[in-house]
Ligand binder design. Structure first.
Ligand code: GLU
Length: 372
């Protein structure tokens, strides 16, 4: 009977799963309680270090170790398949080609409406990673200045400058136009206002050539010169700050700077949805490795993905070549994924909570995320 079930399972895996099948079994603990569910489970996963690490044909990592611990306590054996993207992982569970999804599977309202998730196994979030070690070596001061001059920031400053020219020009025109030796040689609005505008623009840049002769206009002019001074100081500070940020992170300082930028992430991920919502150009890849390569080869400006995964890469393999930008901007929880109504879920939840209570969870967490 058992042999037949095994044979059937092998046939379904071979026929049904388009993914790599890794046989790695977590042997049942000797004194484990007899399971009420199936003894052999097909687990579909994704390679996302340090949650899922693939080495020499076997998988490990935080999520895998956590799952293996649960599996061993439940007395079930796990056979791993690796999905090429999260969509295929979901499809495997949906089509009953896998019993459980294990990895960095974010709990979302859309997925929750179709599947069942375990209790959260970890909380994460999305974060941005850019090229360069703090300072973007590819940044060129001339192109930085050029892009700054034609940016929204410049437009905002230009609008303020326009207001700061139009208002005093009219005041000075009104006060000064009747003065015989004044800076406005005519009483007519046109061309009188042109003289006033020229004066106001010069004053704003603190380069005024001449001063009004009317006393009221003079007092006003002095006040306005101070305003011009403050404006120039603020503008200089903003210019310096923006250029520095641009040099450090290629102009990406947070999610709002991703609009129009080329951003790599994995196909069908929550990050892909978020990045699309930020009006960025999304470059969707299957494995995260391709995203890292695209960043290194300057095919993309940034990678947006799950914070624990990016942080791990930035601290290990990508050390000195990439840097993280800002804090995680969208919080998410990871869970194990089950088909709707799978009775295994409650058993897994009990085991997971016990792991948290007896310190096993913390031990596994420290092994993969702890600072050694
Ligand atoms: N946390 C991501 C998600 O659930 C992972 C995506 C992936 O496996 O590529 O959407």
């Amino acid at each position: 009977m058992l042999i037949w079930r095994r044979l059937l399972l092998i046939v379904t895996i071979l026929l049904g799963a388009p993914h790599a099948v890794l046989s790695q079994e977590s042997a049942p603990a000797p004194n484990a309680a007899q399971p009420s569910g199936p003894r052999d489970l097909r687990i579909v996963t994704r390679v996302l270090p340090p949650l899922v690490v693939e080495r020499e044909g076997s998988v490990s990592g935080f999520s895998i170790e956590l799952w293996n611990e649960i599996a061993s306590r439940l007395g079930v054996r796990s056979q791993y398949q690796i999905a090429p993207d999260i969509g295929s992982l979901l499809a495997s569970v949906r089509g009953a080609k896998a019993d459980v999804g294990v990895g960095a599977i974010s709990v979302t309202s859309v997925r929750e409406a179709e599947f069942d998730f375990s209790q959260p196994i970890m909380s994460a979030g999305l974060q941005i990673m850019v090229r360069g070690q703090g300072k973007d070596s590819s940044s060129n001061p001339l192109s930085d200045l050029f892009s700054l001059l034609f940016s929204w920031t410049s437009l905002a400053w230009l609008s303020i400058a326009a207001m700061l020219i139009l208002v005093p020009a009219h005041v000075v025109w009104l006060l000064e136009r009747r003065h015989p030796e004044g800076i406005i040689p005519t009483q007519r609005y046109i061309p009188g206002i042109y003289y006033a505008l020229y004066w106001a623009a010069g004053t704003l840049a603190t380069q005024a050539e001449n001063a009004p002769k009317n006393w009221l206009a003079r007092i006003f002019a002095v006040l306005w010169m101070f305003t011009g001074l403050v404006f120039v100081a603020l503008y200089t500070a903003q210019l310096a700050a923006t250029l520095t940020v641009q040099q450090i992170s290629g102009g990406i300082n947070g999610p709002e700077d991703l609009a129009g930028k080329r951003v790599a992430t994995t196909r069908g991920s929550t990050a892909a949805t978020a990045v699309r919502g930020l009006q960025a150009q999304v470059v969707e890849v299957g494995s995260l490795r391709e995203a890292y390569d695209a960043l290194r080869q300057k095919d993309v400006d940034a990678v947006v993905f799950d914070s624990p995964v990016l942080l791990y890469y930035a601290a290990n393999e990508g050390k000195g070549q990439v840097s993280m930008v800002g804090a995680p901007f969208r919080r998410e929880d990871y869970g194990f994924l089950f088909a709707r109504g799978n009775p295994l879920r409650s058993e897994v939840n009990v085991a997971l909570l016990k792991l948290r209570e007896d310190g096993t969870y913390a031990r596994i967490y420290d092994r993969w995320f702890g600072t050694k």
